[in-house]
Ligand binder design. Structure first.
Ligand code: 4NP
Length: 177
């Protein structure tokens, strides 16, 4: 944990303490949803001056080495960040050791992650992304692969909310006077 910023406002000192986090976003293909989630969270982390590690992976590994879907790239650009340099990769068993928190987009991703992690499975590390906004509801981020651009905007809006919640949750705000 490190102290990243000290702000003084009207007689109060506000100490912001940031625990560096390592977060992995996971979907089926690592083509549409998780690259966007990686990009959104990385963008917010940079804006907040944090030094977190953010990555993404897919449970299927159908298209290793491919860039994100053109529409995910387009949505990212519209919203002020770039994901065109990302490269698709498959989720690996040792990802559970390398990351402190792993967020999956839907229930199928959760089942597959459990299968891939096998005996290393740790339920305290893996959760559905939208549980950061709607705790315990297991709401899914829908797969936009078979639809049009509108689906990608919907996915972005959901991911954006969840990433705001993640930043707030893992940024400890303490007041010292
Ligand atoms: P993603 O979407 O899981 O959000 O990356 C998909 C990407 C590729 C395929 C399915 C879903 N596919 O069948 O190749």
């Amino acid at each position: 944990m490190h102290i990243s910023r000290l702000a003084i406002t009207s007689g109060y000192s506000i100490l912001l303490i940031f625990a560096p986090m390592k977060i992995l976003m996971v979907c089926l293909g690592n083509i549409c949803r998780s690259p966007l989630a990686e990009g959104v969270l990385r963008h917010k982390v940079l804006q907040a001056g944090l030094q977190w590690t953010i990555d993404s992976a897919g449970t299927s590994g159908h298209q290793p080495g491919c860039p994100p879907h053109k529409l995910s790239q387009k949505i990212a650009k519209i919203n002020g960040f770039d994901i065109c340099d990302q490269v698709c990769r498959q989720l690996e068993p040792n990802d559970i050791d390398r990351f402190e928190k792993i967020y999956v987009m839907d229930r199928e991703n959760l089942r597959e992650a459990k299968r891939i992690f096998g005996s290393k499975w740790d339920p305290s590390k893996v959760d559905m992304l939208m549980n950061e906004v709607y705790q315990g509801k297991n709401m899914e981020v829908p797969d936009p692969w078979y639809g049009g651009e509108e689906g990608y905007h919907e996915v972005y809006a959901m991911i954006n909310k969840a990433c705001d919640a993640i930043i707030s949750k893992y940024t400890i705000l303490s007041h010292i006077s």
